[in-house]
Write a protein that binds this ligand. Structure first.
Ligand SMILES: [Zn+2]
Length: 145
């Protein structure tokens, strides 16, 4: 048994010990150091491989979210049946959903989908209020006549 210097902390330790008692650095003494090195070498490329894979194909089946609903049919329907000034934004946002999705701008596609649905509701409510108002106006004009 000889005394050697720890390569990590530089203190004198026994060459028989498997690791430095001061800093825990694994020693070559009984092959544990080698194991340790092999582990770090084999785990390093594995990790970077995984990293590269997830970096290279962000659109793989696991990363690709489903296409958000575009509400286009609803938007067109409400524009034709209710009031087109409020239905136009719904159609515009609905048309954006698929375009953004195809450009892999998933977050923006989802936002456009939400906006399309929002404008669909606005135009639907606005249309219903408008129709009711129109009927009240007709009744009112009838009463005047
Ligand atoms: Zn040490």
């Amino acid at each position: 048994m000889a005394l050697i210097n720890c390569p990590e902390c530089g203190r004198t330790i026994s060459s028989a010990s498997s690791k430095c008692p001061h800093c825990g650095y694994p020693m070559q003494g009984d092959g544990q150091h080698q194991d340790f090195q092999q582990q770090t070498i084999s785990s390093e490329p594995l990790h970077s491989d995984r990293y590269q894979q997830s970096n290279a194909e962000p659109a793989s089946h696991s990363a690709e979210p489903p296409c958000p609903e575009n509400h286009l049919a609803k938007a067109i329907l409400v524009t034709l049946l209710c009031c087109w000034p409020l239905g136009i934004p719904a159609i515009v946002y609905a048309a954006k959903v698929n375009t953004l999705y195809n450009q892999r701008r998933y977050r923006e596609a989802e936002e456009a989908s939400r906006n399309a649905d929002k404008w669909f509701l606005i135009s639907l409510v606005g249309g219903i209020i408008g129709i009711i108002g129109y009927f009240f106006l007709l009744i009112f004009l009838n009463l005047l006549a």
